[in-house]
Write a protein that binds this ligand. Structure first.
Ligand SMILES: [Cu+2]
Length: 387
């Protein structure tokens, strides 16, 4: 199981116990090529590194608190003894800044869980990570690809870097700590069976939609669901504090979107764009204004602001513009082996809580896997600026 853009947490074995080390600390997180924010995470990552164990494992987590305030670790969904539950003052004393605390329990469950600070604002500034317990006996049918995705949302005003954790208005939405198009595409082989595990710790429920395929919901935060409950769908509501696991056969080749379908969650820095939109509305045919906007955009890593055609009389149409100036192509800024071979300006259509599953025939699949192994950069696109 892989969590794209997030590392796995390594462990050592001590007399049969899997020993993990987690450190909560403040971090700078580059959520988009032109946006770095201040978050709190674990071991240099937000969301924190993924813990993977096998059902039946005894685990010990040695936890260091490098935050400026007290915290604790809660094992969300896991049936642990009360003294391991990680709730300040109820099941333990808070872990003071600079202090170390050891958790230890046996994982008798299987499924998709997570760990997080049990303090509301700390959750909203990023203190969450995935905890996956693989079953003793593999699930049937077996999958060829298994991906984990943590859903988070941030309220960070333009020119600010510290999320407002008390806000109800979110303008940056991330999969595994990255907004589209920065999130790494999921690479799967045509004909393979794919599992996606979603975990949500935020203020909103996210209806996650997959293009071009039907999936079945095979698990929740409570573990595997019986096959008799599986039904075909293509959108799964991942509620706050929930995990949802879906599986599908990757039957159709292509770059298929996976995204939250809330319209405002399919945007980046919405407040920025709305402000810019008003400027543009003054005279959208003013090419000078547009080139100024392009220059500004390039300074922050955006290759161009928009390339979709606009009607001659656009300014006379009530409601214009809607999405005309939302496109922000940045293929080069987000290029990596997993984006190799996508059509020019692909990144212009990717924003917010969004990624894609690239279903690739053998030859293309092997080519990208080889590039990933060799860490080969994606060559500069010949038509990065389509006209
Ligand atoms: Cu959403």
């Amino acid at each position: 199981m892989v969590t794209p853009d997030v590392p796995n947490l390594s462990f050592e074995i001590d007399h049969g116990v899997k020993v993990f080390r987690l450190k909560a600390e403040p971090l700078k997180q580059k959520i988009a090529p032109f946006k770095t924010i201040d978050v709190w995470g674990y071991n240099g990552s937000c969301p924190g590194p993924t813990i993977q164990v096998t059902q039946g494992d005894r685990v010990r987590i040695i936890f260091d608190n490098a935050l400026p305030e007290s915290t604790s670790l809660h094992w969300h969904g896991l049936e642990v003894p009360i003294e391991q539950d990680g709730v300040p003052w109820i099941s333990q004393k808070p872990v003071a800044p600079g202090a170390t605390y050891t958790y230890e329990f046996t994982v008798h469950q299987e499924g998709t869980f997570f760990y997080h600070a049990h303090s509301a604002m700390q959750e909203m500034i990023g203190l969450i990570g995935m905890f996956v317990a693989h079953p003793e006996k593999p699930y049937a049918p077996q999958v060829d690809h298994d991906f984990g995705i943590v859903l988070q949302e941030w309220a960070v005003l333009p020119s600010n870097s510290v999320p407002n954790t008390a806000s109800m208005e979110f303008n940056w939405l991330t999969f595994n700590g990255l907004s589209a198009p920065a999130a790494t595409p999921l690479i799967v082989r045509l004909g393979n069976r794919v599992r996606l595990r979603f975990v949500n710790l935020g203020m909103d429920h996210h209806p996650i939609h997959l293009h071009g395929h039907q999936f079945v919901i095979t698990g929740t935060e409570g573990g595997r669901t019986p096959e008799s409950t599986w039904y075909r769908t293509n959108t799964v509501l991942v509620g706050v504090a929930q995990a949802k696991v879906v599986e599908f056969e990757a039957k159709y080749p292509g770059a298929w979107m996976i995204h939250c379908h809330l319209p405002h969650h399919m945007m980046n820095s919405m407040t920025d764009l709305l402000r810019d939109r008003q400027i543009q509305t003054a005279d959208t045919t003013d090419t000078r204004a547009l080139s100024q906007m392009e220059t500004l955009a390039r300074a922050i890593g955006v290759e161009h602001v928009h390339h979709s055609p606009i009607a001659e009389n656009a300014n006379q149409v009530p409601g214009f513009p809607q999405d005309a100036f939302m496109e922000m192509g940045m293929d080069e800024a987000v290029a990596k082996p997993e984006t190799y071979g996508l059509p020019p300006n692909w990144s212009a259509g990717m924003m917010g809580m969004m990624t894609m599953v690239r279903v690739l025939p053998d030859k293309e699949y092997e080519e990208i896997q080889a590039r990933i192994r060799e860490k080969k950069p994606t060559p500069k696109l010949e038509h990065a600026h389509p006209s």
